[in-house]
Design a protein around this ligand. Structure first.
Ligand SMILES: [Zn+2]
Length: 182
């Protein structure tokens, strides 16, 4: 496998994919968005993830933090675990992780640990993004494995889902606070 050099990562991180995305990438991100939508319906912060090998989906997951009470039950981490279970091994070389939100430090670390070849995310996370925003673990050339990162695929859809979710939650809380007034 030829690993692209670091300059290439930076270029890809800053150039949105939206206009030249492949049909496969779009289909995979749409699947991840669907998982995120279902998560919102269950009261989870809507983040979805898919691990694919080419056109083959190995795993789909959504954030399950509320349902499981597990702080590590992020969509990306669950998708990586399930993909490894699917192929019967921890190495996900040659696979791509699609995430609707830029991975946090933990999930960016898991992408590194699993030897994934590529990460595609939809919307950046200014508060916890560790794949280009606050730091860039996947492209840190000091690590023993780096992966290609591309951001911005279907960004508006993913950002809109998160925005609507937090707006609704705020409204519900305000309503609850009003009705509990004496
Ligand atoms: Zn995470």
């Amino acid at each position: 496998m030829i690993l692209p050099n670091t300059d290439c990562y930076h270029r890809l991180v800053t150039v949105p994919l939206t206009h030249d995305a492949s049909e496969t990438d779009l289909a995979m991100m749409r699947r991840a968005l669907l998982a995120a939508e279902h998560a919102a319906e269950r009261g989870e912060v809507p983040v979805g993830a898919v691990v694919a090998r080419g056109e083959e989906i190995l795993a789909v997951a959504a954030n399950e933090r509320e349902a499981t009470g597990d702080p590590t039950a992020h969509a990306e981490l669950l998708a990586i675990r399930r993909a490894s279970a699917t192929i019967g091994g921890w190495r996900l070389a040659g696979c791509t992780l699609y995430a609707t939100l830029e991975p946090c430090p933990m999930c960016a670390g898991a992408a590194h640990a699993s030897r994934l070849s590529r990460l595609v995310y939809a919307t950046p996370d200014p508060k916890a993004g560790y794949a280009g925003t606050l730091h860039n673990v996947p492209a840190d050339s000091r690590l023993n494995h780096t992966l290609l990162v591309e951001g911005g695929l279907l960004e508006e859809s993913a950002a809109g889902l998160l925005r609507d979710f937090f707006q609704n939650r705020r409204r519900k809380r305000e309503k609850a606070a009003e009705t509990s007034l004496p």
